[in-house]
Ligand binder design. Structure first.
Ligand code: FAD
Length: 468
């Protein structure tokens, strides 16, 4: 034919959105091509995002546990860190996952094409690989899942390897003596946690008056306190106005409420957000509307302005999270296969895998205040949890937010170890329209951190009067 390949469905990008969409479409009997410009599948999440960061955070946790074992009369020597070994661990984790994906694609007969895709018409793509080889492909349906990339703030010497984005920080080239983290959001603080544990002196500057600006202030406080105890210097309402490469380091000029005393850093991590890749695909040739910030608007079936082309994941909007992308990918594939479905998720949980972890889902107290919602709050301090006491972590708490009229749970925030695991119960409760009594009457195993969800509901209902 006219093209090198013809297919039912082509998916552009193999991140969590793209591979989920491709696999689901293939499982539903469609003939699928998955295009990925990188050598490995898995996108940001597997290669340079969620998974490698969690592998390194696990190492940080082990170091932290060893340091705190002295509270139990056990002492270890100071950690000896072999970076090559730590990098190999991270790469093994990532590699087993990306290889697994390649196997899953093969099993389903999803054809993987490596190269960068751009539209050349309403039903056609041009795909060019790194060696300059071009191929063409025609499709009936397309799912755009090309993701996002780190914002490179202007004014930083990006040609100097000591200035890094999250991808650079995850490479772990060395452990800088002094690390500056620009941006106190989830990604910046996760990397700050890793480098602090490995021995860097870490300074964090954040423009907003609070770390992790999307979360309620009370949830962030235990993290801020622990960072302080670990001598991580946090400077709020502060920004970097200039950064210059010098022989001895990156010299930064700050402006704000409490500017850091240090101005020279061995490395600087810029983690100030991510921008959508929608405007790099020549979408106009296919009639797909992209806004000036690279986001592609979709309806509740993930359909773009061109009815046979769908878009999912980071490039359709916030929150830029892997579990949102996978959910959307599944939906787009099912709609293309003819299923009558639309987006039904009420809530999408967020987690910062810091120490302690912070997780929240649904309405926050801040949002409730802004919107004038009539809410009630049930808060259970982990100082009253037997399990939290036994692991030496009483700094956490579990907070449930209820609609005051119906007593239905509409939000939850948890701070403490494993908060990211615990938040799922609250997400389910919100999706199912649970009332406080449903949570309070469900018998939770003792002693677990999970009990604190049940107890927060009981605090709200007034059925716990003294905390135990
Ligand atoms: P992506 O994962 O961005 O994948 C897009 C893919 O498309 C890439 O592989 C890219 O190479 C490819 N591509 C782009 N353009 C083209 C083209 N023209 N042709 C061919 N291929 C193309 N989220 C969480 O939920 N939990 C976490 O713990 C978490 N941690 C993170 C940590 C870090 C350091 C970072 C950076 C992100 C983290 N995220 C996390 C966010 C998460 O990685 C993203 O939300 C998720 O990867 C988005 O998936 P996606 O499918 O939209 O696209």
């Amino acid at each position: 034919g006219k093209y090198n390949y013809d297919c039912d469905v082509v998916v552009i990008g193999s991140g969590p959105g793209g591979y989920t969409a491709a696999f689901r479409a293939a499982d539903l009997g469609l003939d699928v091509v998955l295009v990925e410009r990188n050598a490995t599948l898995g996108g940001v999440c597997l290669n340079v995002g969620c998974i490698p960061s969690k592998a390194l955070l696990h190492a940080a946790e082990v170091i932290d546990h060893a340091a705190h074992a002295k509270d139990m009369g056990i002492t270890f020597d100071a950690p000896k860190i072999e970076l090559a070994g730590l990098r190999a661990y991270k790469e093994k984790v990532v590699g087993s996952f990306t290889n697994g994906l390649a196997g899953m694609a093969k099993q389903r007969k999803v054809k993987v094409m490596h190269g960068s895709a751009q539209f050349s018409g309403a039903n056609a793509l041009a795909i060019n690989d790194a060696n300059g080889n071009g191929q063409t492909l025609s499709f009936n349906h397309c799912i755009i899942a090309a993701g996002s990339e780190a914002v490179h703030l202007p004014g930083f010497p990006w040609d100097d390897p000591r200035v890094m984005d999250s991808t650079g920080a995850l490479e772990l080239a060395d452990v800088p003596k002094k690390l500056l983290v620009v941006g106190g959001g989830i990604i910046g603080l996760e990397m700050a946690t890793v480098y602090q544990a490995l021995g860097s002196e870490v300074t964090v500057v954040e423009l907003a008056p609070q770390l992790i600006p999307g979360a309620d202030a009370d949830l962030v406080r235990p993290l801020a306190q622990r960072l302080k105890a670990q001598k991580v210097a946090v400077h709020l309402k502060t920004k970097v106005v200039e950064a210059k490469a010098e022989k001895k380091g990156i010299r930064c000029t700050f402006e704000g409420d409490a500017v850091p005393a240090d101005t020279l850093f061995d490395r600087v991590l810029v983690a100030v957000g991510r921008s959508a890749n929608g405007n790099k695909l020549a979408c106009e040739k296919a009639g797909v509307t992209v806004n000036e910030r690279g986001f592609i608007a979709v309806d509740n079936q993930m359909r773009t302005s061109a009815s046979h082309i769908f878009a999912i994941g980071d490039l359709v909007g916030q929150p830029m999270l892997a579990h949102k992308a996978t959910h959307e990918g599944k939906l787009a594939a099912e709609v293309i296969a003819g299923e009558k479905k639309s987006w039904v998720a009420r809530v999408i949980p967020s987690v910062a895998y810091t120490n302690p972890e912070i997780a929240w889902v649904g309405v926050t107290e801040n949002e409730a205040k802004e919107k004038g919602l009539k809410i009630g709050v049930g808060k259970f301090p982990w100082a009253a949890s037997g399990r939290a006491l036994s692991i030496g972590r009483t700094d956490g708490f579990t907070k449930l937010i209820f609609d005051e009229d119906s007593h239905r749970v509409i939000g939850c925030g948890i701070v403490g170890p494993h908060a990211g695991e615990l938040i799922s119960e609250a997400a389910l409760a919100i999706e199912m329209g649970c009332e406080a009594a449903d949570l309070g009457h469900t018998i939770h195993p003792h002693p677990t951190l999970g009990e604190t969800v049940c107890m927060a509901a009981e605090v709200y209902e007034g059925t716990i009067t003294d905390l135990y």
